[in-house]
Design a protein around this ligand. Sequence first.
Ligand SMILES: [Zn+2]
Length: 139
Amino acid sequence: MKNKAFLSTDLVQKKLQEAGVQPTLQRIAICKYVLCEGDHPTAEQVTKWAEKNLEKISQATVYNTLNTLVDAGLLRTFKLPHSEKVIYDCNTHDHYHFLDEASGSLYDIEAKDVSVEMKMPHQFKVNSMEIVFKGNFKS
Ligand SMILES: [Zn+2]
């Protein structure tokens, strides 16, 4: 259900290079965490992880790396309606989210699994759409 992929260091390095980003060890580590292990983490969560797992890393480095990854198209930012926090999403394909209200966990819902019928007044040209479903996750 959760979109956790396993990416090897080589593959992460390649992805960074393809995106025109210099693959430093810290960037690779952060990238691996956010793309493989992290689950829609906030910048604070990534910083916490980095401080625990990487040597001498500053918050600025984490934030810069996240921004670089967003600019490179490897990550997408997303904001939940009920929170001011920006969430980093490694799923850059069109998708929506399901929020489990009990745990606060966010699940990806594929766009093809949702059909939205719009009767939008003609003066509104829609470029993108974000949907958050809220409810209970039943395992
Ligand atoms: Zn997502």
